[in-house]
Write a protein that binds this ligand. Structure first.
Ligand SMILES: Nc1ncnc2c1ncn2[C@@H]1O[C@H](COP(=O)(O)OP(=O)(O)OP(=O)(O)O)[C@@H](O)[C@H]1O
Ligand SMILES: [Mg+2]
Length: 300
């Protein structure tokens, strides 16, 4: 029994060492743009993005959460909020970016996306410049921007991903989810090989199970793509997540001590330290990267 405890402690230390959790939160860098995406749908992206945003706000960061899932109302559903305006109103010139941002729970700001492929459309230069200017202003107002996308290999999702500073790919341990995560990693890494891609394993029973998922997937990635994915961490399967979805109240606020909330705080802390981030190469605005990505015809 004691041996087993020591073994568990060793495993925990090893995980902490590998995930960098032992380092203090004093190296945080501002202006982080993180895209949360997945190959397969329904793996927990929106819950992760929302609660990570709230956790980071709890660490004193000013966070903007962008709802970029254009297919289904996403964060609206998790929060029971129906925003009146969205990005489409900014494109038409009806509203500015700042005007459509609304205050979310835990002190975060939320930017509602628009349905349709707005950034993939050929916007005229004047509109593009207006969007760039107003988004740059928003970026300057926030330490962290978290973009919650839909799932899958659409050109729009890929362009959100390749435009960020860091990408978090969420997967469960299911083989279909892992296979789709691989497909996503392949496309993103081919478009921007220097972009750090982090794997977040959701709904697992143990740290070991998450590590197995990571090790297995990363081995395939290293072998076939000559690339390496970083291990961000895991979120245990936790009925409190489902309860929060049902009541439309964020887990981080309703069940801050639940196992899933604790895990999300740890990964939020780790992302904030940006331990895996490269020195910021070109500090180009997220939106202008997206426009450039469109020009490079991302996802084709
Ligand atoms: N750690 C967890 N433990 C238990 N259930 C979870 C966990 N994470 C997510 N879920 C469940 O999975 C469901 C889907 O989560 P979520 O909406 O965040 O996924 P998604 O990846 O954003 O989906 P979509 O691809 O449709 O945008 C939630 O409603 C919740 O019931
Ligand atoms: Mg979602």
């Amino acid at each position: 029994m004691v041996d087993e405890q020591i073994l568990n402690l060793r495993r925990q230390r090893e995980t902490e060492r590998r995930t960098g959790l032992l380092r203090p939160l004093d190296e945080s860098r501002g202006g982080l743009r993180i895209t949360v995406t997945s190959g397969k749908g329904g793996v927990g992206k929106s819950n992760f993005a929302l609660n990570t945003a709230i956790a980071m706000a709890g660490f004193g960061k000013k966070v903007l959460l962008v709802d970029a899932d254009t297919n289904l109302a996403n964060l609206d559903l998790l929060l029971g909020i129906a925003p009146k305006y969205n990005l489409a109103d900014v494109v038409t010139g009806n509203k500015t970016m700042k005007e459509i941002v609304f205050p979310g729970p835990g002190g975060i700001d939320i930017l509602p996306g628009a349905s349709g492929d707005i950034f993939m459309l050929g916007l005229d230069e004047q509109v593009e410049n207006r969007l760039l200017d107003s988004f740059t202003e928003l970026e300057e107002d926030h330490d962290v921007i978290i973009i919650d996308t839909g799932a899958g290999l659409s050109r729009q999702i890929i362009s959100y991903a390749v435009s960020a500073d860091d990408v978090v790919i969420v997967t469960s341990q299911e083989p279909t989810s892992r296979a789709d995560a691989y497909a996503m990693i392949k496309i993103i890494s081919q478009h921007r090989p220097t972009l750090p891609i982090h794997l977040l394993v959701n709904m697992v029973r143990s740290a070991d199970q998450a590590m197995d998922v990571y090790d297995g997937l990363n081995l395939v990635v290293q072998t076939f793509l000559k690339f390496s994915v970083k291990y961000l961490g895991y979120i245990p399967f936790d009925p409190n997540v489902m309860a929060s979805v049902a009541t439309q109240k964020p887990l981080m606020i309703e069940h801050p001590r639940s196992s899933a909330a604790v895990a999300i705080r740890m990964t939020a802390h780790k992302l904030l330290r940006g331990i895996n981030a490269p020195p910021s190469e070109e500090k180009e605005s997220l939106l202008s990267r997206m426009f450039n990505a469109r020009e490079r015809d991302v996802g084709r």
